[in-house]
Design a protein around this ligand. Structure first.
Ligand SMILES: NC(=O)c1ccc[n+]([C@@H]2O[C@H](COP(=O)([O-])OP(=O)(O)OC[C@H]3O[C@@H](n4cnc5c(N)ncnc54)[C@H](OP(=O)(O)O)[C@@H]3O)[C@@H](O)[C@H]2O)c1
Length: 257
């Protein structure tokens, strides 16, 4: 029996990972802030799949929250074999419109928490010579688009670099770069989505299926959809100045009105 710890497991992509991994027979440790929602989800996964489902209520924008998850990942009696660093959020608005405190919170959740949780998990995995980490980034990592895109670019660079350093250790790391996915993300950030064409939306469960296939294949970067593979490939051919303009106009569209 293996155990997966998923951050941001109560909604969207994280909940889809929890469903998929529980369905595959893994025990799960569900991490998010809303304890009631965590408990309801753990009960449902346990009842449906007969697996152990632990809950760990933690706010990853705080020192105590990150330390609590580090402590769980360090528990050698109940090792975690797969870590999914998925918790994240968006801030609406352009640079200087978003309060600096909110940008710093984003860096804490998207970068500091991911660095610390990955490092803690990987130390144990390397000793056991097996394990995997999926760090959820975004295709926004490939366009110049504020702190969100910059934080996700960090996730991609960090994860691929660490994967290279750990080659042959039995530990795999993969950065997952979704495009637009129907979750609570945009609503929570107060972002309108009317202008996003229907063909750009991905389904969270299908995204997770594709990501798990990529992880099994040993990829360190997963862009799990042919539409977004083509788009990110095309982005490499566009000059950065043009890309910056398009990304900034897109930010205005989806930002505050
Ligand atoms: N949806 C998209 O279009 C899209 C595209 C590319 C990448 N992504 C990335 O995918 C990941 C998941 O996003 P989603 O779309 O599934 O969003 P979502 O539906 O809003 O779910 C976010 C999850 O993260 C948890 N969370 C948020 N802040 C947290 C904190 N400070 N500490 C602990 N948990 C926290 C939430 O639970 P609580 O509120 O209970 O804490 C929730 O479980 C994020 O990293 C996001 O950047 C999303």
């Amino acid at each position: 029996m293996t155990t997966a710890l998923i951050t941001g497991a109560t909604a969207g992509i994280g909940a889809a990972f929890a469903r998929r991994l529980a369905g595959d027979g893994h025990s799960v440790v569900l991490v998010a802030r809303d304890e009631k929602r965590l408990r309801e989800q753990a009960t449902e996964l346990h009842d449906r799949h007969g697996i152990e489902a632990e809950v760990l209520s933690a706010d990853l924008s705080t020192e105590e929250g990150i330390a609590a998850v580090e402590a769980r990942l360090s528990d050698t009696r109940h090792p975690v074999d797969l870590l999914v660093n998925n918790a994240g959020f968006g801030n609406k608005g352009e640079y200087l419109e978003v309060p600096l405190a909110d940008e710093l919170t984003m860096l804490k959740v998207h970068c500091e928490a991911v660095l610390r949780l990955t490092t803690t998990a990987v130390r144990g995995m390397r000793e056991r010579r097996r394990g995997a980490v999926v760090n959820v980034a975004s295709v926004a990592a490939f366009v110049p688009r504020g702190t969100y895109g910059a934080s996700k670019a960090w996730v991609v660079q960090f994860t691929q670099g660490a994967a290279r350093d750990l080659a042959g250790s039995g530990v795999r790391l993969m950065a997952l770069c979704p495009g637009f996915v129907r979750t609570e993300f945009h609503q929570r950030a107060g972002m309108g989505t009317d202008n996003i064409p229907g063909w750009m939306w991905l389904d969270a469960d299908k995204l997770v299926d594709a990501a798990m296939k990529d992880l099994m294949r040993g990829k360190s970067l997963s862009i799990p959809d042919p539409r977004y593979k083509a788009l990110t490939g095309a982005l490499k051919l566009v000059p950065r100045a043009v890309l910056g303009g398009v990304a900034s106009r897109t930010g205005r569209k989806y930002g505050p009105r």
